[in-house]
Design a protein around this ligand. Structure first.
Ligand SMILES: Nc1ncnc2c1ncn2[C@@H]1O[C@H](COP(=O)(O)OP(=O)(O)OP(=O)(O)O)[C@@H](O)[C@H]1O
Ligand SMILES: [Mg+2]
Length: 391
């Protein structure tokens, strides 16, 4: 649906140039979102897929394990959109924190993303509301170390920014002037809490997340990290709104795969008020991504069963190898020292058990060194890595 006015242009100055900055109308859209039959059906399919993902998250033998892996996979993918070159193994190696060498900025950014998401989840579990203060706290973590640390971590911006183009005058889009950021974010907060006073803000959580994400990107409240925070906002909103017990749905891969279209749809909401095209794209992404996540979970369960059986059948002392395998399921990239710690077995026993897994072709040594060796559960990591290849 096209809506004539979806905001106002305010003249502002950026980089010494006069620009037209866009101030969006507060949510919900006016006239209300057109939930025709096809869109309603899409919403139902996406909701169903999300429900399946939620139950898989709960029914898995070890839901924490799945969450651990998924959060890191998401951190890598979401940070890749911003252009970092880190892989999942880089992140896991970095987290081992016993390898020499200074970490490079990319992996620090990915690691910040994990910390930011975990902080958000922990605060929500404490009962803290999903509010602007929490968004700023999460932003502070996201930008705590590495390249973002000079981009006002945890603060709304105080300068005029722009998106696309080489200078403000030829930008694709100029967001709100700085003084308007705070009030606009407060209005978004009211929308998220369903307290705008407008009966149309009482929307299903999936629609709410769809609308809030765009509004957040349009406001662009921070100097940097708006994309990553806006993607985190979706995960947190779905959790907070009761759609997902664990934060297991991430649209980063979908946005990455359809990046040009994703940006075009963001533009169209602003320029023609076409919220519906965006909502359709979003709901399709939710359905596809949730289905993909369920399949990934099923493939991991099958892999673990197969490898357990192969290890069991490997003869004497299989029990020790099984304990190491279990440790690798918790951390698919692991040092012997860490595994000793996790399994409670001695260093020689752990080493022997690990070499058995290497012989079975389940595990591979990564460093080629004699000391401080690191082992990787390849098939597990490969499943998680899918879609995460460089852009
Ligand atoms: N034309 C556009 N209109 C509105 N929002 C846009 C447009 N193009 C990009 N964006 C949003 O801006 C985000 C990028 O902003 P920013 O650089 O602050 O965030 P980031 O987290 O550092 O980057 P990225 O999202 O690339 O990882 C994009 O992810 C997208 O959500
Ligand atoms: Mg950026």
């Amino acid at each position: 649906m096209f809506r004539d006015v979806t905001g106002q242009y305010i003249s502002s100055i950026a980089g010494g140039e006069n620009v037209r900055a866009f101030a969006p109308n507060p949510l919900p859209p006016l006239p209300p979102l057109d939930l025709n039959g096809a869109r309603q059906a899409l919403l139902e399919r996406a909701t169903l897929a999300l429900g399946r993902l939620d139950s898989v998250g709960v029914l898995l033998p070890d839901p924490q394990l799945f969450l651990y892996a998924y959060v890191r996979r998401e951190a890598v993918l979401s940070s890749q959109i911003e252009g970092t070159q880190s892989s999942l193994s880089d992140l896991l190696l970095f987290e081992l924190d016993e390898l020499p060498g200074t970490p490079f900025d990319d992996v620090v950014e990915v690691s910040n993303y994990v910390a930011a998401l975990e902080h958000g989840m922990a605060r929500l579990r404490e009962g803290f509301p999903l509010c602007n203060r929490l968004l700023r706290e999460i932003h502070a973590r996201l930008m705590a170390r590495g390249r973002g640390s000079d981009k006002a971590p945890g603060e709304f911006r105080r300068s005029q920014n722009w998106i696309g183009g080489t200078r403000p005058g030829n930008a694709r889009f100029v967001p709100l002037p700085p003084p308007e950021v705070e009030p606009c974010m407060t209005a978004l907060e009211h929308f998220i809490h369903g307290s705008t006073g407008n009966p149309d803000d009482n929307l299903p959580v999936l629609l709410k997340a769809a609308l809030a994400h765009v509004q957040f990107e349009t406001i662009h409240p921070f100097l940097d990290g708006n994309g990553r925070l806006g993607r985190l906002l979706i995960a947190l909103l779905l959790h907070d709104g009761g759609a997902l017990t664990q934060p297991l749905l991430y649209l980063s891969l979908y946005f990455k795969q359809h990046r040009a279209h994703y940006y075009t749809l963001l533009d169209r909401v602003r320029t023609t008020g076409d919220w519906e095209a965006w909502v359709d794209f979003f709901l399709e992404g939710v359905e596809q991504t949730a289905q993909g996540a369920v399949q990934t979970a099923q493939r991991l369960v099958t892999l673990f069963q197969q490898d357990t059986q192969r290890t069991q059948a490997s003869g004497r002392a299989a029990a020790n190898a099984l304990r190491v395998l279990d440790g690798l399921r918790q951390r698919p990239l692991c040092s012997l020292r860490q595994l000793c710690h996790n399994t409670g077995m001695t260093f020689p026993t752990t080493t022997k058990a690990m070499l058995r897994l290497v012989d079975l072709g389940i595990v591979r040594e990564l460093t080629g060194q004699r000391r401080n060796r690191v082992f990787v559960y390849d098939a597990y990591l490969n499943i998680l890595n899918e879609g995460g290849e460089a852009l």
